[in-house]
Design a binder for this molecule. Structure first.
Ligand code: CA2
Length: 149
């Protein structure tokens, strides 16, 4: 049975490419989604992408993923640092979730150093611009043994 991934983006990430390219790069969200899709399609893995600026909608997307996805690549944006709600949703769905950040949150303002979500994720990738998403997808591919070593 082939695998499926939900690629989920949180608040403000719909603005990628249009604002603050010095922090978040110049790739648009659509271009990032396409790059990750190309990567996983090479292994026969399906990718579905979604973005929301609303915490409750992100929760709904995570819950829905239980019905069709085998793993989640998730950039929760600023909710990373604040959301017990998303932490509980990630715990509840019992899917492997990789937390992703474009920027290196550990090298930025102190309030970004703490993630409320990383501890309930399989792991975290941060600081590699849009490549962070591809590396996170690779982490799932490795988990499922499409990739070795
Ligand atoms: O580095 C990341 O990927 C972040 O998740 C981005 C969040 C930030 O709050 C996190 O601490 C780290 C902010 C997303 C804002 O996205 C924008 C994109 C373009 C222009 C302005 C904001």
């Amino acid at each position: 049975m082939s695998k499926s991934i939900l690629l989920l983006h949180g608040p403000n990430l719909n603005l990628l490419g249009a604002r603050q390219p010095e922090v978040y790069g110049s790739m648009t969200l659509d271009a990032i989604n396409a790059a990750v899709e190309r990567r996983v399609a090479a292994f026969g893995v399906e990718l579905r992408s979604a973005q929301s600026n609303h915490e409750g909608e992100l929760v709904d997307r995570l819950h829905e993923a239980r019905c069709w996805a085998d793993g989640v690549v998730f950039n929760p944006g600023a909710y990373t640092h604040t959301s017990v709600v998303l932490r509980d949703a990630i715990t509840a769905i019992e899917l492997p979730v990789i937390e992703v950040h474009l920027s290196n949150i550990h090298g930025r303002e102190g309030f970004r150093h703490k993630s409320l979500l990383a501890g309930v994720c399989l792991g975290q990738v941060a600081g590699f611009g849009w490549h962070s998403y591809v590396l996170a997808a690779d982490a799932l591919l490795r988990q499922w043994e499409y990739l070795r070593d």
